[in-house]
Design a protein around this ligand. Structure first.
Ligand SMILES: C[S@@+](CC[C@H](N)C(=O)[O-])C[C@H]1O[C@@H](n2cnc3c(N)ncnc32)[C@H](O)[C@@H]1O
Length: 228
């Protein structure tokens, strides 16, 4: 992704949510265990994780409950989470510590810059993008993270046969995702489901998914496989 393009996508607003004292404490005491600082050159993940295993990246993990659950259920994989919302990271650190997971690392930074600069090419087995900010107003659609350049960037960071999993509860964003991915020759759609929260592909329900379901939204779930 060119710098020019990246500057036009700012897929998040840094919310100044209040941190609870335990989240603050987690950020100072548990960050040295689970945290990875952003670097502008590719990281050596084999030296960062305890075991050399396939790496699953979650972009925008929110409060991290789904991420920690997946990490604790899949000890044969390494999990990397990227989020910009500090209270969510604090929450995730507490959950990770309570669950005793060792195969998880977190980065607090813009995921687009991390993908571009810190994640080596062909290094990921899977990328999860669960309930990305929908930016519902038409004039904000350009801020949606799923854009042709994002799809291209993710494809370059995935290993052969790597997968991209996306879920949303916004009908209009679902159409946008179908449209963008159908024009990509880097991925083929291996699963697509539209449901009422009763048939997620292979993930625990996320916080934003539960919120969407309470509001009567439907859920769209995709798995895209990187083309050979
Ligand atoms: C709607 S929330 C969904 C959170 C979680 N995945 C869930 O389903 O509960 C989207 C999250 O993505 C994060 N986010 C958006 N753009 C991001 C970016 N470029 N880098 C890192 N995090 C980002 C936001 O801070 C927010 O927490």
């Amino acid at each position: 992704m060119s710098d020019k393009h990246r500057k036009t996508i700012r897929s998040f607003v840094r919310r100044t949510g209040r941190m609870t004292p335990s989240q603050k404490k987690a950020l100072s005491e548990l960050w040295p265990i689970y945290g990875l600082e952003f670097t502008s050159s590719p990281s050596q993940f084999d030296a960062i994780f305890q075991m050399p295993q396939p790496i699953v990246l979650e972009i925008g993990f929110g409060n991290g409950e789904t991420l920690v659950e997946q990490a604790s259920q899949n000890s044969d994989q390494n999990f990397l989470g990227i989020e910009v919302h500090d209270p969510g990271v604090g929450h995730c650190l507490l959950k990770a510590h309570n669950a005793g997971v060792e195969n998880l690392r977190l980065i607090i930074h813009d995921a687009l810059e991390v993908l571009e600069q810190q994640i080596p090419e062909a290094s990921l087995a899977r990328v999860n993008l669960y309930f990305p900010d929908p930016w519902p107003k038409k004039r904000h659609h350009k801020r949606r993270i799923v854009q042709p350049e994002f799809v291209e960037l993710v494809a370059s960071r995935l290993a052969v046969h790597g997968t991209l999993h996306i879920a949303t509860d916004w009908a209009d964003y679902a159409e946008h995702i179908d449209e963008i991915l159908s024009h990509s020759d880097r991925f083929s759609c291996t699963h697509r489901r539209e449901h009422d929260g009763d048939q997620p592909l292979d993930r625990p329900r996320t916080k934003f998914e539960q919120r969407g379901l309470r509001q009567g939204h439907r859920i769209w779930d995709w798995c895209f496989t990187k083309s050979a």
